[in-house]
Design a protein around this ligand. Structure first.
Ligand code: ADP
Ligand code: MG
Length: 694
């Protein structure tokens, strides 16, 4: 094909017959703006209406199409209106169709003797199998032909009915160009996989004999083909962003490291060999005149903060500033306390800036940051967005974030000072990313792991208990506090509105306070003012409180070594990553700690597996792998935070096995056909790839 021809899928949807301004708007609201967007709006499942299943052969849970005669239809009321239709076919089997939403007129369609064709998933009911809300139609006298193809069921688009959506997608597919115009993968590289055109047509219109199980699992070769192309485009794009970023200049911090050595010597502990190794990797990066982009993964309590402080000293030694940002004020404050404690004795000036710093204090901090007298600045992530001007920011450290997005990176670009140099970046996270994901998610980052805990920590003992055992726990807390130990009581709810959770925490707080008159109980939740929260956290840290009732605001980073017991309520509702984070709040001191996961029976299979995993292991990397297997990467990584799970077709868990092939392909394409690589990125990532040039 000619390299100059435009992407054929870029035509706007308004060029399709039947798409007016309003429909276009509704489609656009769902991210569907071009022909290609519709090509890639893939069915989420298929309905097989190419054949009829005798009612007698129906199996619970297996969707099927049946045809039969209405024996009876009646309206009833069981707490809510219900319409029941009894259907029988020649096989002698009987099936109940049940409707909870229906119009009065619908009853007339089900006159006894009417022949019906219905599609749905049978489930066991009180009187044998039934289908709730089947799709159905009454058959006239003539034989109605069966479908010739599996019927695609598309993810819904608000305001665009399923029938219209299907029609529009069919029309868009009519405009699918031939292989010569559409195919980008060179035949030599493609190997056995089908062409893009063939894959798209197959996935939208599978033939009746298609392997429905493979299609439903997303593992059909046609789906794999699409996933490969998408993963390839993402990988190429990330690589380019990295290459583009590293074309910029950054200050090289290649001093003797005397300040770091003094800091290390002043610590009350020896660095673990993992900390030493990771610091050496960081130091190596910082020596170069190219901006570092490094992610440090380290389990909760592995000691990332001190590595950050050591890195900061390298910037300071070279006359540049370092900034450390945390996701919450609480954490930022804790970091500030640590860094100030470590650095001030070495003569390093630290400054604190968060949203709540106001008035004169804020003006003073901003001035110190601008004139460079604040050598290390600690604050929340907002530090980057608030128009804070640094004199010479050389290193930005971002704590507890999986990934520092392109946008923030662009914001950073403006912070480097007037010498045109970009700051180095260090991102730290306690949520380990499984290796398979790290490879593809972080093609634009270098990754280090602090894979060792400081010595002397006793692993946290974890038990899962039904909620009825709550009273025993209260006794345990009483006993622990009497021995001078401290405990957390974490309240969670399925409703994650701050307000409802705060209320639950408030009432738990009141109950526990009443049940434990000898214990000083504190409360923190997300609806409290930052200053109040901090006062309570501080009191807990100082040992003035024995028990802290909290919502998951204490999730990350909070360090109270004397706290050795944690109770998590409704633990069945939390994901593994979050449970692991929470549990990391205990087990930070020398005494043996325990974590009690309270759950409301009955447990779902997933919840049971999660709780079992928590009991079995304390290893964040193992938990991350298990989490990935149970939940999928979108949730694992937090889609909003990362933006990496926003694939249209690919699924990093399902398609992990494709990654080596994808990476090899990327390598070859970049080398042999960079123009094709450009077009792939353009096709799948489109406008977003403009950041590559940033
Ligand atoms: P995280 O990696 O979860 O951010 P922190 O940096 O908060 O962990 O460290 C947890 C605790 O361990 C802190 O009190 C810190 O001072 C301490 N710590 C860090 N490194 C070591 C070490 N090598 N030996 C002993 N304690 C350490
Ligand atoms: Mg931390």
């Amino acid at each position: 094909m000619s390299a100059a021809s435009p992407e054929p899928g870029r035509a706007p949807l308004t060029t399709l017959p039947g798409v007016g301004a309003q429909t276009a708007q509704r489609l656009a609201a769902r991210g569907l703006a071009t022909l290609q967007d519709l090509w890639l709006h893939l069915p989420r499942q298929y309905e097989d209406r190419t054949r009829l299943t005798p009612i007698r052969d129906l199996r619970p849970g297996v969707p099927a199409q049946v045809e039969g005669t209405v024996e009876a239809a009646e309206r009833g009321f069981r707490g809510r209106p219900v319409l029941r239709v009894a259907l029988r076919d020649a096989s002698g089997g009987a099936l109940l169709l049940r409707f909870f939403h229906f119009r009065a007129a619908q009853l007339a369609q089900f006159a006894p003797g009417t022949r019906l064709r219905a599609y749905g998933t049978p489930r066991p009911g009180p009187h044998g199998l039934e289908i709730v809300h089947p799709s159905y139609r009454a058959l006239g006298g003539d034989e109605a032909p069966l479908d010739e193809q599996l019927e695609p069921v598309y993810p819904q688009v608000e305001g665009v009915g399923p029938a219209l959506l299907r029609k529009l997608i069919a029309r868009a597919l009519e405009r699918l160009p031939g292989d010569d115009a559409l195919e980008l993968l060179p035949a030599a590289l493609r190997g056995e996989v089908p062409s893009l055109r063939a894959a798209l047509l197959y996935v939208h219109r599978p033939p009746p004999d298609a392997d429905l199980a493979a299609l439903s699992a997303g593992t059909h070769p046609a789906q794999r083909r699409l996933a490969i192309e998408e993963l390839l485009a993402h990988h190429l794009s990330l690589r380019r962003q990295r290459i583009a970023w590293q074309r910029h200049a950054a200050p090289a911090f290649d001093g003797p490291g005397a300040l770091a050595a003094r800091l290390e010597a002043s610590l009350p502990f020896a660095l673990t060999s993992a900390q030493r190794r990771v610091f050496a990797q960081v130091r190596d990066d910082l020596r170069r005149p190219r901006p570092m982009l490094r992610l440090v993964q380290g389990d909760v309590g592995s000691g990332k903060t001190v590595v950050a402080a050591l890195a900061a000293t390298l910037a300071v030694e070279a006359g540049a500033q370092a900034a450390l940002m945390a996701p919450t004020e609480l954490l930022a404050e804790q970091h500030f306390a640590s860094l100030q404690g470590w650095l001030r004795p070495l003569g390093v000036e630290t400054a604190w800036l968060a949203g709540k710093v106001s008035g004169k204090a804020r003006a003073r901090a901003l001035e110190a940051i601008a004139d460079g007298s604040a050598q290390v600045v600690v604050g929340t992530h907002a530090l980057m967005q608030e128009g804070v001007a640094f004199r010479r920011l050389g290193l930005a450290i971002i704590d507890e974030q999986h990934r520092f997005g392109v946008h923030q990176r662009l914001a950073l670009r403006d912070k480097g000072g007037d010498d045109g140099l970009l700051p180095h970046q260090l991102v730290m996270t306690a949520t380990p990313i499984p290796r398979t994901l790290a490879m593809s998610a972080y093609a634009d980052l270098d990754v280090s792991a602090i894979d060792e805990l400081p010595p002397g920590r006793t692993p946290v003992r974890t038990v899962a208990l039904g909620a009825h055992r709550r009273p025993e726990l209260i006794d345990r807390i009483r006993a622990a506090c009497a021995q001078g130990r401290q405990a957390y009581w974490v309240c969670t709810l399925i409703d994650d509105s701050d307000e409802v959770v705060a209320q639950a925490a408030q009432s738990t707080f009141e109950q526990l306070q009443a049940a434990l008159p000898q214990v000083r109980v504190g409360l923190v939740h997300g609806r409290m003012k930052a200053a109040e929260k901090q006062a309570v956290m501080r009191a807990f840290k100082d040992g003035a409180l024995g028990l802290l009732v909290a919502t998951t605001v204490i999730e990350v980073g909070v360090d109270v070594p004397n706290a050795s017991l944690m109770v998590v309520e409704n633990a069945e509702r939390l994901g593994l990553a979050q449970l692991h984070q929470l549990r990391g709040r205990v087990g930070r001191g020398a005494s043996a700690s325990s974590c009690v996961l309270l759950y409301q029976p009955p447990l779902s299979r997933l919840a049971r597996e999660r709780l079992a995993t928590m009991r079995e292991t304390n290893d964040g990397f193992v938990i991350a792998e298990r989490d990935l297997a149970l939940r999928g990467p979108g949730e694992l990584l937090g889609t909003r935070q990362t933006g990496i799970a926003s694939f249209r077709v690919a699924d990093l868990v399902r398609d992990a096995a494709l990654l080596p092939q994808v990476h090899a392909l990327a390598e070859r394409l970049q080398a042999e056909a960079p123009g094709v690589a450009d077009r792939l990125v353009e096709r799948w990532i489109g406008g977003a790839s403009r950041y590559a040039a940033a």
